[in-house]
Write a protein that binds this ligand. Structure first.
Ligand code: ADP
Length: 328
């Protein structure tokens, strides 16, 4: 069985981007006989200014959203990163494998560090080393495939480089994983500023659709999406990024091709209306299931406890072996 690992950061409420780029596929993978682990990567939420109570609350909420999205804990392992010490143990060995130059080249580091500085804040060292911890998350489970959105491509490449370098220096220890992306909507853009990614930790602009938004809120956000002053519905990511984003979202919801869908529309208004309804329908079962889970917090706790126990069992021998390989 193919070993699969992926995660989500509890830095905010999960978005339509998280769902279309990653979480929806996790639920499909789960049904197809893979051996998959899905993780709420809470340590990553500490790389920027954070509020302890909020991170705690959002971690649990992220876990229940994953279950509501269809992850079945009988078929896959759902757990919280900080419940399994092996991640940080392995991360240190990988810090001794990576170089500082490699870290400073990471696009997300450059962007997020610039944002922190612009706010007058300081940049936590963990923001720089975050991709190494992510590599540890993946490598500790001998992962073969990492289903993610486009924005994580560079980090998975780094993970591959570190695995290969470690294996070469210290003997074969890690499986070299590869990233997989959805065919459409691998990068959902902010509805109000379609040149930036829809990111859960971005300051809310009204351009972010959250998975737990009420149907009417979803409709409003999509109907107000920024397009351009043109009229023609065509799929052109450079010239019409807002329209292309709506077509991507609609295609991802309905399972079509965004370029072909464009031909079916004569106005932006009609495209927005259909996209809004498609998203509302797509998210309806998730919202309903989430409401049931909120009423049963003991169930989520038990899933996370059993998930961490299984994850520990898998990761410990891999990480122990890596410690022996480097001479400890
Ligand atoms: P965020 O940027 O929302 O904090 P995470 O780092 O928690 O996202 O990512 C969780 C998963 O969701 C990753 O696989 C990531 O690639 C995917 N993802 C995040 N934002 C988007 C987006 N706008 N479009 C597509 N996929 C996304």
């Amino acid at each position: 069985m193919t070993r699969i690992f992926s995660g989500v950061k509890p830095t905010g409420h999960l978005t339509l981007g998280n769902y279309l780029g990653a979480v929806r596929r996790w639920a499909e993978i789960d049904q197809h006989g893979a051996d998959a682990l899905f993780c709420v990567v809470d340590l990553h939420a500490l790389t920027v200014e954070h509020d302890p109570a909020r991170v705690h609350r959002l971690s649990r909420q992220a876990a229940s959203v994953l279950l509501a999205a269809g992850l079945d804990p009988k078929l896959c392992t759902v757990f919280v990163q900080s419940h399994v010490d092996e991640h940080t143990r392995l991360s240190y060995l990988l810090e001794c494998t990576a170089t500082d130059g490699e870290m400073r080249r990471m696009i997300q580091y450059k962007e997020k560090a610039a944002q922190e500085r612009a706010r007058g804040g300081s940049v936590r060292l963990s923001l720089l080393t975050y991709p190494v911890l992510m590599a540890a998350d993946i490598l500790a489970y001998r992962t073969e495939e990492v289903p993610v959105g486009d924005d994580q491509t560079q980090h998975v490449e780094l993970t591959r480089d570190l695995a290969e370098r470690f294996n070469q220096r210290y003997g074969h220890t890690f499986v070299v994983p590869r990233a997989t992306h959805p065919p459409v909507a691998a990068r959902v853009m902010d509805l109000q500023s379609p040149l930036s990614k829809m990111g859960k930790s971005h300051t809310a602009t009204g351009g972010i659709v959250y998975l737990l938004d009420d149907a009417d809120v979803v409709r409003k956000k999509i109907m107000r999406a920024v397009t351009d002053s043109g009229q023609d519905v065509e799929y052109d990511r450079e010239r019409r990024p807002g329209v292309a984003n709506l077509l991507d979202v609609l295609a991802a919801c309905e399972g079509g091709d965004p370029e072909e869908l464009a031909g079916a529309y004569r106005s932006y208004g009609a495209l927005k209306k259909d996209t809004a309804e498609a998203v509302v329908e797509l998210l309806r079962p998730l919202r309903e299931r989430h409401a049931e889970l909120v009423a049963d917090p003991g169930y989520v706790d038990e899933v996370l406890r059993a998930g961490a126990e299984r994850a520990r069992k898998l990761a410990r021998p891999v990480v122990d072996r890596a410690y022996r390989a480097v001479g400890l």
